[in-house]
Design a protein around this ligand. Structure first.
Ligand code: F6R
Length: 369
């Protein structure tokens, strides 16, 4: 039941600290080592993996894109992310040394299921990251790592997305542990940070009124753009998808670095643009590059809504609105930065009077190709 919330989507946004906490639960021992007993794939096989292919659709594919940055960084295994419906039809190079990771909330997405079948026929091992016990995708995979987000009722995915990122990160850390790509201490550090995330997500939710107000104030927008870089890029894509799905507004996400290669031509007076700003404490020039992107679009009249880390003063001169999120390592920032985008879409669609849980033309699980 909705538990006092205006919609299931609203409730599920609020379920996210628990979704992440429950997905971590029981998978770490006291020393911060990963123990994924459910991963019934021979360790020798996992050690021999030379490529990871993540397959999924929609929001789950964006979770896969986020995970790719982490998995490649931690495990040094080349990782691709592909939409399941594209994967299958292009004669992909997949063999016994390929680990396919299929992400699906429902476990019934036909495109993803068909891609799994195709990969297994080529000899690949498939790990399903799924939210629905006993559904088709885990049943047809070699192993399953369940997300524990609880049932997701709203058509637009929210808590499953955060749980998928969490589970994919656990898988990445587990592989790094198994294959010796990271020192035990480094893994413990990441695990410690992961365990702090539910509380930080709660902080973002506690500050939701500001974002809800933005959503209602912007009810008449006809187009909204989203920019991000590195892990902020798939977050931008997810923010745009949420708005398309439930508010029926034209929305697009771009890699911030791509702006000058085309999309900046779209910027005109009054164009709202969300920008996900990387941590100023993270990677070298990532932060300053995004800050200059904000300057560039602001100079062309964009209304900039900036999602930045607490304490990041560098953005305030160029932002019309600043939404702050707690400090976190760059790779974990999507677990925070996505939340205001969900809240925004939900509030804006609500202000338009739409049924946010049952958007037109969409079904919760897409069981046809
Ligand atoms: C977006 C959304 C869809 C699903 C996609 C995959 O809010 O819900 O894009 O993410 O249809 O569904 P699952 O994860 O069930 O395979």
């Amino acid at each position: 039941e909705k538990g006092g919330f205006s919609s299931f989507m609203d409730k599920e946004i609020h379920d996210q600290p628990a979704a992440v906490r429950d997905t971590l639960l029981g998978r770490l021992d006291e020393r911060g080592r990963l123990s994924l007993d459910e991963l019934h794939i021979d360790e020798a096989v996992l050690r021999s993996v030379d490529k990871i292919v993540v397959i999924a659709c929609g929001t789950a594919a964006y979770a896969g894109q986020v995970a790719r940055y982490a998995i490649e960084h931690w495990c040094r295994i080349p990782t691709e992310v592909e939409l399941a419906h594209e994967f299958r039809y292009r004669d992909p190079i997949v063999n016994e040394k390929t680990l396919v990771v299929a992400l699906s909330q429902s476990g019934e997405t036909m495109d993803t299921l068909m891609a799994i079948r195709h990969a297994r026929e080529q000899g690949a091992k498939v790990v399903a990251i799924c939210n629905t016990n006993g559904s088709s995708i885990p049943r047809e995979s070699d192993a399953s790592l369940y997300t524990h987000a609880g049932p997701e009722i709203a058509v637009a995915s929210t808590k499953a997305f955060l749980a998928q990122i969490t589970a994919a990160y656990l898988l990445g850390l587990y592989l790094a542990q198994l294959r010796g790509n990271m020192y035990a201490d480094e893994i413990v550090d990441v695990v410690d940070e992961l365990q702090k995330m539910p509380e930080k997500i709660q902080e973002v939710i506690d500050a939701e009124e500001q974002v809800k107000k933005l959503g209602t104030d912007m009810v008449d927008s006809s187009s909204v753009l989203f920019l991000g870089r590195h892990v902020g890029f798939p977050v931008a894509l997810e923010g745009a998808l949420k708005l398309k799905e439930i508010a029926y507004i034209h929305a697009e996400g771009f890699a911030a670095g791509e702006l000058k290669h085309g999309p900046i031509a779209l910027i005109e007076e009054g164009q709202p643009v969300f920008v996900v700003v990387p941590s100023p404490r993270g990677r070298d020039s990532l932060h300053s590059k995004v800050v200059s992107n904000i300057q560039e679009i602001r100079a062309r009249g964009a209304i900039t809504i900036v999602i930045a880390e607490e304490g990041d003063e560098s953005v305030s001169d160029y932002a019309n609105h600043v939404i702050t999120v707690p400090q976190a390592p760059t790779l974990l920032q999507p677990l925070l930065a996505t939340v205001p985008l969900q809240v925004f879409a939900c509030a804006l669609a609500g202000a338009k009077g739409y049924d946010v849980d049952q958007p037109r033309n969409l079904a919760k699980s897409v069981t046809v190709e």
